[in-house]
Design a protein around this ligand. Structure first.
Ligand SMILES: *[C@@H]1O[C@H](CO)[C@@H](O)[C@H](O)[C@H]1NC(C)=O
Ligand SMILES: *[C@@H]1O[C@H](CO)[C@@H](O)[C@H](O)[C@H]1NC(C)=O
Ligand SMILES: *[C@@H]1O[C@H](CO)[C@@H](O)[C@H](O)[C@H]1NC(C)=O
Length: 769
């Protein structure tokens, strides 16, 4: 999701009039007008119902219509007297057989007794969570991986979001081939082209897949926007040729969210359609932010089916960082969980104080004719000590009482959107604003459109400026705009303060997030013209959030899939993770918002390196059965596992279960109690496959976590092309480690090929509990 607190877009909606031309009837979506009168019946609740088609005549299952008749016949038996169809919003075919339906408690109980019933859970609401970023990932036109992967040609990325501004140049189809023959999707209301090959809405009472929000357009543009020259905001900021990460991939938009919210009944319908349509990659920048076991989590359930059919799924964790364990959802091992980092592109707006002290700041809005002269600087906390809102500049009373006309106002970041604050200061006559990060954001600069000359500074700079204001007799400041600067900042990429942190409470034995990608100040397509932004041919906007990081990785997945059509979703993920860079431009460990090294709960395997991911050497693959054994090992009952995955019957006892750490994951999360002697040693195995072009000898390099002795057996192996090899890792707790010592210890296991071609790195987190 993009960061709500600082996003504001009260923009004029500016759609062309060509929309209502073609109207396709989508048989999948049952949007029924009478639903809202039904919703007023207080006894009815919306449930997602999963059924099993075990034992049902194959002829019935073959065709969509007869499947739906079969599904409704089950309903008819329990819903008396009223047309059951009025209660069903969507039927599901590919995620699992089932529907989202309104039922009374009694009807639900009766349905539970029907043959074929698997599970039912209440519908839940969720919410939504780049000119320079491709280059930052090492992608350049007519070179390297972009060229060798054909810019993602032939791959279809499905985006579940708020719809799309179909007429935006980023979704023009210049240079695009026709969609592959396997494609079964289409467009509703709007006309498809060879870039945008699918666009449908799954929201009740919504008529078109158009984007009234902006988020879906932005996210789709990041993943696969076509090349657009001269993309920028306000003419100069972040100017360059905009392109998505996979500019030659096709896009399909599944509209499942409005500006307000999304419902998982619609999201499942979107995933269901995406699987049936034939997408290769799914991008989900949405979530609920609350903990839920996988068997009660529609996204975990729906994406399992998608991954099982070979679809790669990229997701955004909550923007609830930087707290420990703030990563709550989208943490299933079959999806990629992408944290957000910044880039070294700065939108420079520097502050010079009256005493000549200078500070780096940033701003999206940099008016060309802004006078760079010293102006009086005011801090409302000083003038209105009794107004608790005064320092945040979100109190109109303080603003109007303080005679800020012609002055620069110093404001603290609060919970009010920072564009909103800028507008308030502007409306109250302020000549400029210096916006200071709070301690939580620290060095993460998430800049917006402030509607007046402004400079957004980090926490440290803010503290110094406050000190100056409080001590100087006549404080003054000026703001100098420097436009877009690429400064090879040694601190970039750094994990953003808002990016959700592990460990994941749902499955602490899987290290999450998996990886980080650009998610701070990302320029991409936007449906509306931004206030004050005139004279540009196409609309772009700058947003921050894990929502923006996720589609970057969806794009990289498309490039990898185009380059390696036979790789499974797990193989693609492994290639991304084992080649990710744990170091920043300054060749130090990647930092977090505090400028201290980020731990693996913030950065995962590191920053995505798309070129290297194309040649990982080895991959860790995972089959569907392995995930089922893993779910058994999580302590789920047979019934709970069956609710999560599609299999007619699950018997963990027969299948066998594995501990989380034994899943063939490209990272390690090892948990050991300090109280039981049996758990002082743990052995796990991993299996790698040589996907390189040569037979290779690999040697192990171990970075030992503190508190344990880690032994890898063997320490070297020779592997022919396409052959597999299994190695063992034994972790033994060092004597003397107790619960009073540090709980978490980091290390790494790296397989280096003797040829020097490959270095296959897995991060390791060891927890004592
Ligand atoms: C999560 O789901 C619950 C139940 O539908 C809802 O009340 C809550 O607002 C949702 N949270 C978010 C952040 O969407
Ligand atoms: C913006 O970039 C385009 C190329 O994409 C270039 O032609 C144009 O001159 C640039 N504009 C400014 C104001 O730098
Ligand atoms: C102003 O911001 C502060 C700090 O985030 C917040 O507690 C307060 O509720 C806000 N006041 C208004 C009027 O929005």
């Amino acid at each position: 999701m993009c960061r709500r607190r600082s996003s504001s877009h009260n923009n004029s909606i500016n759609f062309p009039t060509i929309m209502a031309s073609i109207s396709l009837i989508i048989s999948l979506v049952f949007v029924l007008g009478s639903q809202f009168s039904l919703a007023q019946n207080p006894d009815l609740q919306t449930y997602i119902v999963r059924l099993s088609d075990q034992g049902v005549d194959r002829n019935i299952l073959r065709d969509r219509g007869s499947r739906e008749s079969w599904l409704t016949s089950l309903l008819s038996a329990v819903v008396a007297g009223i047309d059951h169809k009025l209660r069903v919003r969507h039927f599901y075919h590919r995620v699992f057989p089932g529907f989202v339906v309104q039922l009374t408690h009694e009807e639900l109980e009766a349905l539970k007794k029907m043959k074929g019933f698997v599970s039912a859970w209440p519908e839940r609401s969720l919410h939504l969570r780049t000119t320079y970023s491709p280059k930052f990932l090492g992608l350049q036109q007519n070179q390297g991986f972009w060229q060798s992967s054909n810019y993602g040609q032939g791959i279809i990325i499905g985006v579940l979001d708020s719809g799309i501004a179909a007429d935006h140049p980023s979704f023009g189809d210049e240079g695009m081939p026709a969609p592959p023959a396997k494609w079964k999707g289409g467009c509703q209301v709007i006309q498809c082209n060879n870039k945008l090959i699918g666009a449908k809405t799954f929201i009740a009472d919504d008529n078109d897949p158009l984007d009234q929000e902006g988020h879906g357009t932005h996210v789709a543009g990041i993943a696969a926007g076509n090349f657009v020259a001269g993309a920028n905001v306000f003419g100069i900021i972040a100017n360059g040729t905009a392109a998505g990460i996979a500019p030659r991939a096709h896009l399909a938009m599944y509209k499942v969210c409005t500006a307000k919210s999304c419902f998982d009944g619609d999201i499942l319908a979107g995933i269901d359609a995406a699987i049936a349509d034939g997408v290769d990659v799914l991008s989900l920048s949405l979530g609920n932010d609350s903990l839920r076991p996988f068997h009660e989590d529609s996204i975990a359930i729906g994406t399992f089916s998608a991954v099982q059919t070979g679809v790669f799924v990229s997701t955004a964790p909550a923007n609830s960082g930087p707290g420990f364990g703030s990563i709550t959802d989208n943490v299933a091992p079959w999806v990629l969980t992408v944290g957000a980092s910044n880039m070294d592109r700065k939108l420079r707006a520097n502050v010079i104080l009256g005493n000549n002290q200078g500070f780096y700041g940033e701003s999206v809005y940099q008016p060309k004719n802004s006078p760079a002269t010293q102006l009086p600087l005011v801090y409302l906390r000083k003038l209105n000590p009794n107004d608790p809102d005064a320092p945040f500049c979100n109190s109109s009373r303080s603003l109007t009482n303080s005679n800020i006309g012609g002055k620069i106002v110093l404001c603290m970041m609060g919970t009010t959107g920072n564009s909103v604050v800028g507008k308030m200061v502007n409306d109250a006559g302020g000549a400029g604003m210096i916006l200071m990060n709070d301690q939580t954001e620290d060095y993460t600069m998430d800049v917006r459109n402030y509607f007046l000359p402004a400079s957004h500074v980090n926490f440290e700079a803010g503290q110094k400026i406050i000190n100056y204001v409080n001590t100087a007799p006549n404080p003054t400041a000026q703001i100098n705009f420097k436009g877009t600067v690429f400064d090879r900042d040694p601190h970039a990429p750094a994990v953003a303060s808002f990016s959700g942190r592990g460990p994941s409470p749902v499955s602490p034995g899987i290290l999450k997030p998996d990886i980080v990608g650009p998610g701070v100040n990302i320029l991409a397509a936007w449906p509306f013209s931004i206030e004050g932004n005139s004279g540009t041919t196409a609309n772009f906007n700058i947003l921050s959030g894990t929502s923006m990081a996720c589609p970057h990785l969806s794009g990289v997945a498309a490039l990898l899939k185009s380059s390696h059509p036979d790789w499974s979703p797990a193989a693609i993920k492994s290639a991304m993770m084992t080649t990710a860079n744990p170091r920043n431009i300054g060749n130090q460990r990647i930092e977090d918002q505090t400028r201290n090294p980020a731990d693996f709960f913030a950065v995962g395997a590191g920053h995505v390196m798309s070129n290297t991911a194309n040649h990982p050497g080895l991959i860790y693959d995972i089959r569907s059965d392995d995930y089922i054994k893993y779910l058994c090992g999580l302590g789920y009952t047979d019934e709970q596992v069956r609710k999560t995955v599609s299999a007619p019957v699950i018997r963990c006892g027969t299948l066998g279960s594995i501990p989380e750490a034994q899943l063939n994951y490209p990272s390690f999360s090892i948990r050991m109690t300090t109280t039981s002697p049996e758990s002082s040693t743990q052995t796990v195995t991993r299996t790698v496959r040589n996907v390189g072009r040569f037979d290779e000898t690999y040697n192990v390099q171990v970075i030992q976590p503190n508190g344990v002795q880690m032994v890898v057996e063997p320490t070297t192996f020779f592997l022919q092309i396409n052959q597999q090899f299994t190695y063992r890792v034994t972790f033994t707790r060092s004597s003397g480690t107790t619960t009073s010592g540090p709980r978490f210890h980091q290390g790494a296991l790296i397989w280096n090929s003797e040829s020097g071609r490959h270095s296959v790195r897995s991060p390791i987190m060891v927890e004592f509990y």
